[in-house]
Design a protein around this ligand. Structure first.
Ligand code: KG4
Ligand code: ZN
Length: 331
């Protein structure tokens, strides 16, 4: 396993990311967000994402090396996200990582994107060691990871339809808000009443640890349709607050259920939705009540980034040149 300096690349969705770590210390963590390019479409357009990655990846890698004060020749290995994600987007990162590693005769480490979100918690300062439960909620994924070792995790439950962030993005669109929807809904919700509208929390239909958000989205659609044009404007904040509360309630309820048996003593959050203030507050209250340790990494380590991929790669076997040249993405 690799314990030295690692250059990592992450391009699974719409952020072009490169980072350098030394052991568990982050030396640089460069993230070039394409959110502005996708905003007018209300969501990520795969084809647009791939082309942006192509333009951005080389400058982003150079910035990551420069900010870390290092060069490709001085890294022990290159790490890269192989999946899951958008195929075209992943391909740009993988092709870049293979070329860099091969050119410098470095080893290459293929990383699972979700293992990366889990491994964000293994970075300094105050790394969290397994066992713990990690709630990962982003635009592409929503799952409960049971982490018993650094090298992997068990999926305790996951979404059966939309991801939590996707639900927020689609909900924001229904409310006429900008993309990404999560932060827009959170801002508007500050002026609203979370109890104003009764929206389903999807507990009854899905009694296990899996999530479902599509019914909630439909309920919001009907609530919006039920209001007149003039009325929507005056109730928008109440709708945002009620919708955000319903999304957060489901995340917290399933997390609480995963913790109910008392097997776990620590909790972590990951993914873009983990930046949500209400979710953080509610999970903190849950952990305080059950006397569990709570790990909240910084927002840059919650959303997609390459430092988390580098972190995970420390616990995955590296492939030597030229064994990785035939690797394909694992979308
Ligand atoms: O992890 P991420 O940056 O990218 C992936 O989807 O993998 O997550 C982006 C998602 C978007 O759906 C966005 O609306 C949501 O995270 N998000 C938030 C907040 N900030 C970002 N959701 C709720 N509250 C926030 N403050
Ligand atoms: Zn992600």
């Amino acid at each position: 396993l690799t314990s030295g300096r690692i250059l990592a690349i992450e391009t699974s969705c719409d952020d072009t990311c490169a980072a350098v770590i030394d052991g568990g210390e982050v030396r640089s963590n460069v993230i070039s967000s394409q959110a502005a390019s996708h905003a007018r479409y209300g969501g990520v357009v795969p084809e647009v994402a791939s082309r942006h990655h192509l333009e951005l990846i080389n400058p982003v890698v150079e910035a990551a090396l420069a900010q870390a004060g290092t060069e490709l020749g001085d890294v022990e290995a290159v790490a890269v996200t192989r999946g899951p994600g958008l195929i075209g987007a992943l391909l740009v990162g993988l092709a870049t990582a293979k070329s860099l590693a091969a050119g410098a005769r470095k080893s290459l480490i293929g990383v699972d994107h979700l293992h990366g979100h889990v491994a964000a918690n293994f970075l300094a300062p105050e790394p969290l060691d397994p066992p713990f439960v990690c709630l990962i909620a982003s635009g592409g994924h929503t799952l409960l990871a049971g982490v018993r070792e650094h090298g992997g995790f068990d999926t305790l439950g996951e979404t059966l339809d939309d991801a939590a962030g996707e639900a927020l993005d689609k909900g924001a669109r229904l409310l006429g808000l900008s993309y990404p929807g999560g932060p827009a809904i959170e801002r508007l919700a500050e002026d609203g009443d979370p109890h104003a509208f009764e929206l389903p929390v999807a507990m009854a239909r899905h009694p296990g640890l899996d999530f479902s958000f599509s019914g909630l989205k439909t309920a919001l659609l009907y609530a919006v349709r039920g209001l007149g044009d003039g009325e929507l404007e005056s109730r928008r904040a109440d709708l945002a607050a009620s919708y955000q509360a319903a999304v957060v309630e489901q995340l917290v309820a399933k997390l609480a259920r995963a913790l109910a048996a008392g097997e776990w003593n620590a909790v972590a959050l990951g993914g873009g939705v983990a930046a949500n203030g209400l979710l953080r507050e509610r999970v903190a209250a849950l952990c305080a009540e059950r006397e569990l340790e709570l790990k909240l990494v910084s927002p840059e380590l919650c959303t997609d980034n390459a430092a988390m991929i580098a972190s995970a790669s420390r616990f995955v076997e590296a492939a030597e040149f030229p064994d990785y040249l035939g690797w394909d993405v694992a979308a």
